[in-house]
Design a protein around this ligand. Structure first.
Ligand code: TYM
Length: 339
């Protein structure tokens, strides 16, 4: 059994803007994993974005904007590798090999595909269906061992493990691909929609009031939290008291994640407080944490050539890790390579 070096891989799609869910569930945690004994590789997954229609006139800037979000939040391109997926062609190539390993039955169980395709399953792209096998390629191309993600990506990381195990087994390449661990921790692995606590906060909800965008200004953030749906009750003095109150629980979790406290500590501080007190405190905290990031994102977007340079350099470094692993995967599969 090969031992693999501790290596983190994770990615974010450049489709729509970044939300508070992406920040708390992913980017902030990516930053925390830097310098913790892992090699860290972070990717703007543009090939994933095009599984649904993206305007070609906007996609490049959307890609740069996600990269700006990473950088502004504290991803250091000298400590981590930061790049966009389409610049490293090995992702698409290994993705194809995995399309031939993954089973239809496995793909049919993917709940995110079912949610996204809905009643429209006949009309969505083949890419949307095959998406989880490309995601497996993203991770396994680097022999990544740890994959920090939000709760909604757990099933895809489990599928990645199934693909790795089947590849290793079928080709008698025991230990070639590692079994990557999904890392889903902290209070904000599933940030909910501000208007409906039963739905995830997402980039593509109908109303902008449902989500906080990383680029929202202070007034907009304050307004969205003020109008966030809650119930009439005050905050309880224990977390158990939030059972059956998903909107209230969500706001407490967001507060906890932003302030790097536990939800228990937040409840202890605000026990008995009404929304008239808690919501403005939450809005102030969110503005305090997000405003410097959105200001820095705007500054970075003023120099696109610099973002492109960082992504290009990251792609060169990613490629240097990926290519030998892809070459081995081709060889293990029995594909002839004579140049
Ligand atoms: P994407 O672009 O939808 O989301 C990026 C990351 O943000 C997390 N996230 C959330 N976390 C908490 N609460 C929310 N409301 C919320 N919304 C989004 C997601 O869980 C994710 O971690 N398929 C992936 C991208 C991907 C990837 C990969 C991830 C492609 N290849 C390889 C890890 C490893 C996706 O669509 O994420």
């Amino acid at each position: 059994m090969t031992t693999h070096t501790p290596r983190v891989f994770s990615g974010i799609k450049p489709s729509g803007g970044l939300t508070l869910g992406n920040y708390l569930g992913a980017i902030k945690r990516f930053v925390d994993m830097q310098g913790q004994g892992f090699e860290t590789i972070y990717c703007v997954v543009d090939l994933h974005a095009i599984t649904v229609w993206q305007d070609p006139k906007e996609l490049k800037d959307a890609t740069r904007e996600v990269a700006a979000g990473f950088l502004a939040s504290g991803i250091d391109p000298t400590q981590s590798i930061l790049f966009n997926q389409s610049q490293v062609s090995a992702h698409a190539e290994l993705g194809w090999l995995f399309n031939c390993v993954a089973r239809m039955g496995w793909m049919n169980r993917m709940t995110q595909f079912k949610d996204k395709a809905g009643k429209n399953a006949e009309k969505v792209s083949l890419g949307l269906y095959a998406y989880p096998s490309l995601m497996a390629a993203d991770i396994l191309l680097y022999h990544a061992t740890h994959v920090p993600v939000g709760e909604d990506q757990k099933q895809h990381v489990e599928l990645t493990r199934d693909i790795a195990a089947k590849f290793n087994h079928d080709f008698k390449a025991e230990g070639f691909f590692p079994m990557p661990e999904p890392i889903i921790d902290g209070p904000a692995t599933r940030v909910m929609n501000l208007r409906d606590g039963s739905k995830k906060m997402s980039k593509s909800g109908e109303s902008d009031m449902e989500r906080i965008n990383m680029t929202d200004d202070a007034d907009t953030i304050a307004k969205k939290f003020k109008k966030a749906r809650t119930d009439p009750d005050a905050l309880p003095d224990t977390l158990e008291g939030l059972k059956g109150r998903p909107e209230a629980r969500n706001l407490v979790d967001i507060y906890a994640a932003l302030s790097e406290a536990t939800p228990e500590a937040v409840i202890a501080e605000y026990a008995g407080a009404g929304w008239g007190r808690f919501k403005p405190a939450l809005a102030d905290l969110a503005v305090e944490k997000l405003a410097p990031i959105s200001t820095e994102m705007a500054r970075l977007m003023g120099d696109k050539a610099e973002i492109d340079r960082i992504l290009g350099e990251g792609a060169d470094r990613a490629d240097a890790i990926a290519q030998p692993i892809l070459d081995q995967a081709y060889d293990i599969t029995g594909l002839l390579r004579s140049r």
